[in-house]
Ligand binder design. Structure first.
Ligand SMILES: Nc1ncnc2c1ncn2[C@@H]1O[C@H](COP(=O)(O)OP(=O)(O)O)[C@@H](O)[C@H]1O
Ligand SMILES: [Mg+2]
Length: 330
């Protein structure tokens, strides 16, 4: 693999472009450090031309959001016959679409908050809401970084929240609000590496809590009993597999107190700077940033040519004493 040329796709056309550039640059540096021939590839609408000119052997996708994480770039790479990291076209598109993801979670008997689908042009939003109750959470189906997400505490706030979500997507999800600890699980292959508990200083893990320094506190591992922790890891792996994901993902969950563990969503291309959540969790489990990048590359194939079964990493233990860490969302 070391003689292969790895193109690290970064930038892109989504609102998360800047974060992607930081992920991509960190991945290039880490792979070069380990002796790989890694090249940055800055993504815009000319990506097909750039790929023809640079002739890479493997694409490491370090893009976030629309076009990068939703199956579009994956489809282009399939057509060009370039093996790529992470989830395939279908799994990427399903994970990006929170309503479709939840349909699959339910099919696989995974706990996910109760919900219904709202339409921005609905004549009577309040009528459709019926006795669903408050608080609830309104979100656009295909965004990230908590963009367009509102916690609605009373009927008087519902219409504005749906209009806010409609600025980002015509498909809108109204979900039951779950009070509890917010936990995000790192999955690699078909194994959970561990999890982080996020304690936002704000009302919920909104954009500012994700990206402003000091906006949240993070705990690895989460402050949960061993049984609950195991349950969280198991649900996360099942959610990853339910959508058909591959490579590294980060599964967002809420652990209700008391009650169930609920799956919110699966992120197929989590942030990949050394201080991002997934690399922090991997590090606590004994997999350093360089090793993590290498594992992701080694699992890259062309999905349409993939044999059955998944390459597994060696058996490792979930590690680390509970401690507060300095981390950032992406
Ligand atoms: N059902 C819910 N109950 C309580 N909080 C929620 C719920 N859904 C979302 N949130 C809050 O909103 C944040 C963003 O929601 P999420 O579904 O993970 O979308 P995004 O793709 O924007 O990260 C979560 O991290 C959590 O803080
Ligand atoms: Mg999330």
């Amino acid at each position: 693999m070391k003689h292969h040329k790895i193109g690290v796709l970064m930038g892109g056309m989504s609102s998360e472009r800047e974060v992607s550039l930081r992920s991509g640059e960190a991945v290039v540096a880490a792979l070069r450090d380990r002796g790989y021939r890694a090249e940055p590839i800055y993504v815009d609408r000319d990506l097909d031309l750039v790929l023809r000119q640079t002739a890479i052997d493997v694409a490491f996708i370090a893009l976030h959001g629309r076009y990068g994480e939703d199956g579009c770039v994956q489809g282009l790479l399939e057509m060009m016959g370039v093996p790529y990291t992470g989830s395939d076209v279908l799994a990427s598109a399903l994970a990006m679409h929170k309503i479709k993801s939840k349909e699959l979670f339910r099919l696989h008997n995974l706990p996910t908050p109760a919900y219904y689908v709202a339409a921005p042009d609905d004549d009577d939003v309040i009528d459709r809401h019926g006795d669903f109750g408050y608080p609830c959470v309104v979100k656009p189906a295909r965004e990230g970084s908590s963009v367009g997400v509102t916690i609605v505490r009373a009927e008087s706030e519902l219409i504005a929240a749906i209009e806010a979500a409609a600025c980002f997507d015509g498909d809108i999800l109204v979900e039951r609000y779950i009070a509890g600890r917010e936990v995000s699980v790192a999955v690699l292959g078909d194994r959970a590496l561990g999890a982080v508990e996020i304690a936002p200083h704000a009302d919920f893990y909104d954009y500012a809590a994700k990206y402003q320094r000091g906006g949240s506190e993070y705990f690895i591992p989460p402050r949960l009993s061993p049984e609950r922790y195991r349950g969280v890891l198991t649900h996360a792996v099942r959610a990853h597999l339910a959508l058909g994901c591959r490579g590294a993902t980060r599964v967002d969950m809420i652990v209700a107190e008391p009650g169930n563990e609920y799956v919110l969503e699966v992120n197929t291309i989590p942030g990949m700077t050394p201080t991002s959540l997934l690399p922090k969790i991997a590090d606590a489990s004994g997999i350093g940033f360089g090793e993590l990048c290498e594992a992701i590359v080694l699992a890259a194939t062309l999905p349409s040519h993939r044999p059955r079964g998944e390459r597994r990493l060696g058996q490792r233990t979930y590690g680390g004493d509970e401690r507060r860490i300095g981390a950032e969302h992406h």
